[in-house]
Design a binder for this molecule. Sequence first.
Ligand code: MD3
Ligand code: FE
Length: 217
Amino acid sequence: MTPDLFADDAPLAGARTPLGAQAVVLRGLALDTVDALWAALQAVVAQAPFRHMLTPGGQTMSVPLTNCGALGWTSSRAGYRYRADDPDSGRPWPALPEAFARLAERAAAAAGFAGFAPDACLINHYATGTRLTLHQDRNERDFGHPIVSVSLGVPALFLWGGARRADPVRRVPLFHGDVAVWGGVDRLRFHGVAPIRAATHPLTGQARLNFTLRRAG
Ligand code: MD3
Ligand code: FE
């Protein structure tokens, strides 16, 4: 029989799932501020809608994205880079909402990274069947800063690899309200998201939203 990683409900809020020496999932940490996060997200998306970017190889990414904060992550035929303006509108990215910054600081501190002050937030929108292939996050200037990730909506299977692409991958379910923090020796681990299974969530419908808060500049 194939074990079903989503057979069980989300772990109790407050539980911690260690992924590495300096990487942890803080279960349900965002639940007490979801309404503020969701309202702020709607305001960001109204100014900077989700869009499909091209990979440097010319493929369309299956997961549309947008950004908020002083810097936003972009991909194009020219490569990956952070930039201060939205290439679709020419305007600065929407400001980083207070609710995002406060949660990021709180999560980072709870994971042992005191004083985290993000200047960039990449927001991914997952529809049923979409996925994120294994990759490293290495476009930020200083890998000494951690990254904080917040999951909302339908669950996902997070793929947690090692320092090399070919290293074995652990599958970790991520649920609505979970917050992951990784830095230090785990900062450059390969990771991805398995294809999203059909599901419905009362807040997000069929979608999963993930935002990653970073210190990019
Ligand atoms: C990486 N996003 O935007 S974040 C990305 O769910 C990205 O949208 C995924 O990878 C998403 O670049 C995953 C969650 C996460 C959690 C723990 C990690 C990424 C991690 C630990 C080490 C490295
Ligand atoms: Fe990533």
